[in-house]
Ligand binder design. Structure first.
Ligand SMILES: Cc1cc2nc3c(=O)[nH]c(=O)nc-3n(C[C@H](O)[C@H](O)[C@H](O)COP(=O)(O)OP(=O)(O)OC[C@H]3O[C@@H](n4cnc5c(N)ncnc54)[C@H](O)[C@@H]3O)c2cc1C
Length: 282
């Protein structure tokens, strides 16, 4: 127990948890898996509000897509049929995040609320046009992209993440690349690409670059080059050529030049992988 923590409260419902947040405003934190809070303790926090007694751990296929309760751990997700999302790519990505022990702690709600710029999950969730449901006394469902475009940290002072919905995208093929110093290390760059091909033409594209080292960014200029074209070597070359070096930066781990070079390699690899998967489907 951290010395500044005086109480660990365990509400049994979201309304009860919201009421506790209001009572202890500014000095309480919600606990999902607790990994981040124990790794980076916050001095102002005296009260922990555990979410473990609220039924927030669930994975359901609904007509709108894969719905994941905020209390679901990455291990539960990978071990469930949720891993089959994106033709199994989602499960393979989950298996590469952190270590098995840590995956048993990290919750989807904790990862969404903490929103590290280098998160493995955010480019994928954003690239799949996920919706997030927040509870503040009532449920509010909004696109995840709008959530992060707004002042989401302020919003989370008075709301709790209930669940995330990953829509089903028929005819969509996705690929993901990440680079870290070690396989279990945090990503130093990641790229998620998802294309929908209809009659040999790219009808939809959703491409995201994360760990730049800034917050994930949508590669809109690259998407514009891809739309309406057949997926082939020429299109892939044209897409990679418009990837702007200004989208990446330097930190003490990687230079800007190295990151940009890596980003072009990842984009080319992901598009090539989607191309080859598409070729095996038709
Ligand atoms: C050693 C280590 C390695 C890691 N490796 C990776 C990696 O490889 N890839 C990757 O993507 N991430 C990685 N992470 C990051 C990890 O995903 C985040 O730290 C995540 O926040 C941990 O989830 P948690 O449930 O334990 O969060 P917690 O510590 O429980 O909470 C984190 C924050 O979210 C808030 N919160 C929790 N649940 C909710 C909710 N339902 N509604 C609103 N707010 C909520 C808490 O109040 C707190 O502010 C790593 C972290 C560590 C410590």
């Amino acid at each position: 127990m951290q010395p500044n923590i005086t109480d660990y409260l365990q509400p049994k419902s979201l309304p009860e948890a919201i009421a506790l947040m209001a009572t202890y405003s500014g000095r309480a934190a919600l606990v999902g898996g607790g990994l981040d809070l124990s790794w980076r303790p916050r001095q102002e926090i005296q009260i922990l509000i555990g979410l473990d007694r609220i039924p927030l751990s669930y994975i359901e296929w609904r007509p709108e897509g894969l719905v994941i309760g905020a209390g679901t751990t990455l291990r539960e997700l990978a071990d469930s049929n949720g891993g089959s999302y994106l033709n199994g790519l989602f499960g393979r990505i989950l298996d590469r995040i952190a270590t098995p022990l840590l995956r048993g702690m990290i919750t989807v709600g904790g990862a969404l609320a903490r929103a590290y710029p280098w998160s493995d999950l955010l480019p994928i969730f954003l690239g799949c046009q996920a919706h997030i449901t927040l509870f503040d006394g009532q449920d509010h469902t909004i696109p995840l992209e709008s959530f992060y475009q707004g002042s989401f940290r302020q919003l989370l002072k008075r709301s709790i993440i209930r669940e995330l919905c990953l829509p089903t995208h028929h005819q969509s093929i996705a690929a993901y690349q990440r680079f870290g110093r070690l396989q279990i290390d945090i990503p130093l760059l990641n790229q998620f690409s998802r294309l929908t091909l209809v009659e040999e033409q790219i009808e939809k594209a959703s491409l995201w670059l994360g760990a730049r080292p800034g917050f994930p960014v949508r590669l809109s200029e690259v998407e514009a080059v891809l739309l309406g074209k057949p997926l082939n070597q020429v299109t892939i070359g044209a897409a990679v050529s418009v990837l702007s070096p200004s989208l990446v930066g330097a930190d003490f781990r990687l230079s800007k030049e190295y990151r940009h070079n890596l980003a072009t390699v990842f984009l080319r690899r992901n598009l090539t992988e989607i191309w080859s998967q598409h070729a095996t489907i038709i």
